[in-house]
Write a protein that binds this ligand. Structure first.
Ligand code: SAM
Ligand code: SF4
Length: 476
């Protein structure tokens, strides 16, 4: 893995050579990247429209951008060109995934935490927090509740506590959910683990392992995480290497936007992703855009590094352009109108109807991790996405078929993913209509489905009939 504090790897060697002060002293590596970004700022002001258009064409051809190109986007101010960037981001998303929008819900299993991340409602220093760790039976009740609403994909979210959220417990709840509910795939946003623990997590059937660096900026990281295992910046930085070493091909990454200058964070996250690609042949499966929210007991002023709505749109588009195949995930931290807009700027997955406290679906009451901006139900969101001309998808086919990592990238590159996603999304929507949605929305969704089926192959009509006859989990 090399020395994690030697962040030279954040800029691939080839690109480093093109920068004047290319030697980043070990302890000074972060200012090195800052120099890189600042340097790009002066090199690529708004005047260089031609360069931006070259970048757009490269992304549209589904090539990963280099850091010079990424920083040109980060420092772009021209509003007119931004409209072209947003439009291109949407076209790339449709080229890779078609019009489908993947839906999922988080399932919080514990808020008992040994860390003290100053921005989080679950932090150990929040003495007023009402703590709860779900028993296996309670986890099952929450999972059953969610599968009854139509969810087939859940993200298990946990605080960090040796006793309450360790791998032994995770294995038990994952096994129970797969055995006893209709949930078909579980992803996990849980505390970083050792390689051996990650192997067990993978073997238990987790699809994507997700973990956010929070901030790449070392001084901010140290201030925000002063105690507990999370205080170790290097260990956090290497978490994806450990997960990949353990066999995870699908990893989800992100920074918590609002802890430091977003330009810096976005550049560093993309540099980190590029490093994974050059080392392992594949990068992150998803990039999330969590934006800092007020939280009970938080010690962080959300205004200090606030990321505006306009900047959040830019970040979503930059992720889409920089890593064209990546799933860009927007959570219910954001309000509904903005989430709708982000869906036409490159976002491809959203959580829906979320609660951010353990036991939050069955009974509200225990401490939430942060405030939620979009309180619509899954059904409202499904209907809304369909009305926008997109296809709400509860599909889990890639995990059933073992499509991950490099294989997924190749399928996406040839635009095969788009076809698979389209059909599978429609089949999952049909299942949803048959099993879960209320009479109020059934008619509208059936109408939307018919429009899409009319444009599709006969094979799809046959598969739809199978769903009508009661067959489930039909996919390609
Ligand atoms: N406890 C594990 C960890 O910290 O990696 C995983 C789960 S943690 C509950 C999931 C993520 O929530 C964190 O990585 C952090 O980015 C995000 N988060 C924490 N406090 C937040 C806040 N006030 N607003 C928005 N997101 C927050
Ligand atoms: Fe615990 Fe994660 Fe919250 Fe930090 S972000 S206090 S580790 S739950």
């Amino acid at each position: 893995m090399g020395d994690p504090l030697n962040l030279n790897w954040l800029i691939p060697a080839k690109e480093r050579e093109t920068i004047e002060h290319s030697v980043f002293p070990l302890a000074n590596a972060i200012p090195g990247i800052r120099f890189f970004l600042d340097n790009m700022k002066s090199m690529h002001g708004d005047s260089n429209k031609e360069f931006i258009r070259e970048i757009l064409a490269k992304s549209l051809d589904l090539h990963v951008l280099n850091l010079k190109e990424v920083s040109a986007l980060i420092y772009l101010h021209d509003r007119e060109i931004w409209e072209e960037v947003f439009d291109t981001a949407n076209r790339i998303k449709e080229k890779v995934y078609g019009k489908r929008v993947v839906l999922f819900a988080p399932l919080y299993i514990s808020n008992e935490c040994m860390n003290d991340c100053l921005y989080c409602g679950f932090r150990s220093g929040n003495r007023d927090a009402r703590r709860k760790s779900l028993t296996v039976d309670e986890v099952l009740q929450e999972a059953e509740f969610l599968s009854g609403k139509g969810y087939r994909r859940l993200l298990l979210v946990a605080s960090e506590h040796a006793k309450h959220t360790g791998i032994d417990y995770l294995e038990k709840i994952i096994e129970a959910i797969y055995k006893r509910t209709d949930i078909r795939i579980l992803h996990a946003n849980t505390a970083p683990m050792s390689v051996d623990e990650f192997k067990r997590l993978k073997a238990s059937g987790i699809g994507v392992y997700q973990c956010f660096q929070e901030t790449y900026h070392i001084p901010s990281y140290r201030y925000l995480h002063q105690t507990g295992t999370k205080a170790d910046y290097a260990s956090r930085l290497n978490v994806m290497d450990r997960a990949i070493e353990a066999g995870f091909e699908d990893v989800g990454m992100g920074v918590l936007l609002g802890l430091y200058d977003w330009r810096w964070e976005v550049g560093a996250l993309i540099a980190h992703s590029r490093r994974l690609i050059s080392k392992y042949g594949f990068g992150p499966h998803t990039l999330s855009v969590p934006r800092l929210q007020p939280a009970e007991g938080s010690k962080v002023n959300v205004d200090t590094y606030r990321v505006s709505d306009e900047d959040l749109k830019k970040i979503v588009a930059i992720y889409r352009l920089a890593l064209p195949y990546v799933g860009v995930v927007v959570s219910t931290r954001e309000r509904s109108g903005l989430r709708d807009e982000l869906l036409s700027m490159g976002a491809s997955q959203i959580s829906a109807g979320s609660r951010t406290s353990p036991w939050g679906y069955i009974e509200k009451g225990d401490t939430e991790q942060f405030e939620i901006g979009d309180n619509r139900s899954l059904e409202d969101i499904v209907r809304n996405i369909a009305e926008m001309g997109m296809i709400p998808s509860l599909c889990t086919a890639c995990y059933r078929e073992g499509r991950s990592g490099e294989q997924f990238r190749k399928l996406a590159q040839n635009e095969h993913m788009k076809k698979l996603c389209h059909e599978n999304a429609l089949l999952s929507l049909k299942e949803y209509i048959e099993d879960c949605c209320s009479e109020d929305v059934k008619e509208d969704l059936e109408k939307r489905l018919k429009e899409e089926i009319a444009k599709s192959s006969n094979g799809l009509t046959d598969k739809m009939k199978l769903v009508e006859q009661g067959k489930r989990d039909i996919h390609s």
